[in-house]
Ligand binder design. Structure first.
Ligand code: FES
Length: 763
């Protein structure tokens, strides 16, 4: 069976314990739990009370991936104006100090709203495109090599102080075009800006911080003035802005230049240093991964992305509602402030399988929210990725036995940046690699998910029926076992004949093994036929996953599981889980003949026997009778042929029951260039217009222009490539949106749906 999934699910209410209710009211971002590990501290909130109001902080705290992504996606309803607002107001004395420096930090790309935000972003974004960053690559590598040369003989250093702090600031200032002599001074003031905005300094500290922020403002103004006087023929992003300031002063104002100078230094420097420190810390905690990256540096871009997901440098961000609105069913009033905990969203099990594991072969790690999302997504993300790859490559390449020393990690108390202030590591100076291997050159930008694969080996093949084989896979990699998965998950097999096939996972007898069932399809394009005729025990296959778009929600009172033919595979794992959790369920298993039904004799240790309906033996399932007999509160999970799912869909609506289903495949999404017409799409986030030709999908066009859009099935079935429709008519081809959603014309699946005429969208 080749499967891809889609789901319709009834709303599931959240029930928080009384203890959590009280904790939510008293929640303090400066409390020890959040400060020591923001992601872990929010785990219970995310599962039981995903949005709550902290009376103490006067913020709505939002923790789920889907909710945060939707908020980032709508900059009109959720203003960015409070993104740089001071968390703790200044004392009168601190304000006086700032006034004495004429401190006038104003809005920047980070905290301004539409329409001026997009006007400015459009003017300023070209320099950040991946092809324009090539010149930074060699500089970055050279700087890192020189720094590593300077300490490699010592055998022990604090990496933050000796390497991770210096290189990003030099790279940032080179990118900006700021003269070298100003680097050290500007670097030191960055910390003050961070504490001033996101920290809660005490009275005396406030005065110290205000003095440094004032000096930072004053000094950056002086540097800017010098650059303006001498801007002819100079290159760098600040010079670009200085030229725009002359050519378009309405959009790029004097104050804007000055404010950006200060903001960009912190953004470009601190985030990269912190992200890299986090990544190295977590890789060294798992020495096998460090060794793996030494042996296979081509895995570094994927590892960087996973580290950004697992422990990104920016753990939270802020927004403010511009009108009354609902988030996850909770009423938010105009003017209310929201605190979005991306660290919690990045470990949301609804989005990432096995979220608490650092899995460097996770092919959807780049869906993390560490760079934000949508119109305000971090412009400098590709510079950060480039530097992180270069740091990790140089260190794993030259110091393969590096290990972390015993230490107490500390981080600067603040709400939004999280990483160690020091990172002490050691190694044997006699065991370093001087120049044995060439440095790698990684592509700049978002890593290509097609290159992120695991190597699996066939451990067993059994014939369950004449047409169904059971394939058991295990990791072919000594270091990286196959990760755990949850009921409903699937993997994708890459076959030697070039075909890719998705298969749901069934329970395995051994941990770290994957079991799939493959039915020999008479109409096979070569996938199931190859597996049935060619695949042997001991063969190795690249695989991707596991991923889960068919999640089992165990909050329902009762379950009806309906499987058609080979559709039993995901439902078998669900039944096993429900059985173990002592939940009430019925498993209905339908097919034409016994040959079509694997696991007619389902092992007792997994579940109790299903109700079999074999039409060829005169016993056909009466779906109406089955559904109408269910109690309110029953949730139906189904996998099987389209006809069966369509019937269940209608019945679930008629009897007001929740339904989640998984489709085998979607014929309506297949692109036939002969029958298509080209269309134009304007991307509101950048203001740029693209032509989608008749032989390409919108998703393909966006990805080709280096625009990051999450995607998976590319068949209109998983919902991950959804974009927002601002204007225009859509010809929907997906199987994700409901009839109502299609009628509202507010979103589309970019992998398959097309526009009728010109369309405006946003990410
Ligand atoms: Fe899955 Fe488009 S719906 S990638």
């Amino acid at each position: 069976m080749s499967i891809i999934t889609t789901a319709k699910s009834s709303e599931c209410p959240f029930h928080a314990s009384a203890d959590l209710e009280q904790k939510s009211k008293d929640f303090d971002m400066f409390g020890p739990e959040y400060q020591s590990c923001p992601a872990t501290s929010m785990q219970n909130f995310r599962e039981e009370k995903p949005i709550f109001f902290s009376e103490k902080m006067n913020y709505w705290i939002v923790t789920r991936y889907e909710d945060i992504r939707e908020i980032f996606r709508d900059p009109i309803t959720f203003s960015a104006r409070n993104a740089l607002e001071k968390i703790a107001p200044n004392s009168a004395e601190a304000d006086e100090i700032l006034k004495s420096y004429n401190y006038g930090m104003n809005r920047t790309l980070v905290n301004e709203d539409e329409p001026i935000h997009m006007e400015r972003r459009r003017e300023l974004l070209d320099a950040f495109a991946a092809p324009n960053l090539e010149q930074l690559r060699e500089l970055t590598k050279k700087l890192i090599t020189e720094e590593v040369d300077s300490f490699i003989g010592k055998g022990q250093v604090d990496l933050v102080a000796t390497l991770l702090w210096d290189v990003p600031v030099i790279v940032a200032l080179k990118f900006l075009g700021v003269p070298d002599d100003d680097i050290a001074v500007l670097q030191n003031y960055g910390v003050a800006h961070k504490v001033n905005t996101w920290g809660r300094p005490s009275g005396e500290e406030q005065k110290h911080v205000a003095t440094n922020v004032g000096k930072f403002w004053h000094y950056s103004g002086e540097v800017l003035a010098r650059m303006k006087q001498n801007s002819e023929g100079k290159s760098g992003w600040m010079y670009d802005m200085i030229h725009k300031n002359k050519s378009n002063p309405r959009v790029v104002t004097d104050n804007y230049l000055h404010s950006m100078m200060m903001a960009i230094l912190v953004a470009a420097h601190e985030t990269t240093a912190t992200a890299t420190a986090n990544a190295i810390r977590h890789l060294l905690l798992r020495p096998n991964l460090w060794k793996k990256l030494h042996d296979q540096p081509e895995l570094i871009p994927a590892a960087v992305e996973e580290c950004l997901r697992y422990a990104g440098p920016i753990v939270s961000w802020r927004r403010q509602a511009t009108k009354d609105v609902q988030v996850a069913g909770v009423d938010i009033k105009e003017g209310d402030k929201l605190f979005l905990v991306m660290a919690a969203a990045n470990r949301d099990p609804q989005q990432f399988e096995n979220p608490e594991e650092l899995d460097i072969l996770r092919d959807n790690a780049n869906e993390h929210l560490s760079f934000g999302y949508g119109a305000h997504q971090c412009l400098g993300r590709n510079i950060g990725r480039l530097e992180m790859c270069a740091f990790i490559e140089e260190l794993t390449r030259r110091i393969p036995d590096m290990e972390m020393m015993e230490q107490n990690f500390t981080s600067l108390p603040n709400t939004s940046f999280h990483g160690p202030e020091e990172l002490w590591v050691r190694w044997d100076p006699n065991a370093v690699v001087q120049h044995a291997k060439e440095q790698s050159t990684f592509p700049i930008g978002n890593p290509d998910k097609r290159s992120i694969v695991r190597s699996a080996k066939v451990a067993a093949i059994n014939n369950l029926t004449p047409s169904i084989k059971r394939i058991v896979l295990e990791s072919a990699d000594d270091i990286l076992p196959l990760p755990r998965w949850t009921p409903g998950a699937h993997i994708e097999l890459f076959l030697p004949n070039g075909l890719k096939r998705k298969y749901s996972l069934c329970p395995s007898e051994q941990p770290n093994q994957y079991t799939v069932l493959v039915k020999h399809e008479p109409e096979s394009q070569g996938g199931s036929r190859w597996i049935h005729e060619e695949l042997q025990v001991g063969d190795q296959l690249p695989i991707q996953g596991p991923k889960n778009f068919f999640k089992l929600d165990t909050a329902a009172d009762h379950y009806l599981l309906v499987a058609g033919g080979i559709g039993i595979t995901p439902l078998l794992s669900m039944a096993t889980e429900l059985h173990q959790q002592k939940k009430r369920f019925e498993l209905i298993y339908c097919g034409r003949t016994r040959d079509n039904l694997a696991y007619c004799d389902i092992p007792e240790q997994f579940i109790r026997a299903p109700q079999l309906y074999i039409s060829g033996e005169g016993r056909r399932a009466d779906l109406r009778a089955l559904v109408s007999a269910q109690k309110p509160g029953t949730h139906i999970y189904a996998c099987g042929p389209d006809k069966m799912l369509d019937e269940l869909d209608a019945l679930a609506e008629e009897y007001q029951l929740g339904l989640t289903f998984e489709l085998f495949s979607s014929a309506s999404s297949i692109l036939d260039p002969e029958k298509e017409t080209a269309f134009e799409v304007e991307l509101i986030d950048t203001g740029k217009t693209y032509l989608v030709p008749r032989d390409k999908t919108l998703l393909e066009v966006l990805l080709a222009h280096d625009i990051e859009v999450t995607n998976d099935c590319e068949e209109g079935l998983c919902g991950s490539c959804e974009v927002v429709v601002v204007e225009g008519q859509i010809d929907h081809r997906d199987r994700v949106l409901t009839a109502n959603e299609r009628r509202s014309n507010t979103k589309m699946m970019s992998c398959c749906s097309r526009a009728v005429g010109k369309v405006k969208i946003k990410l």
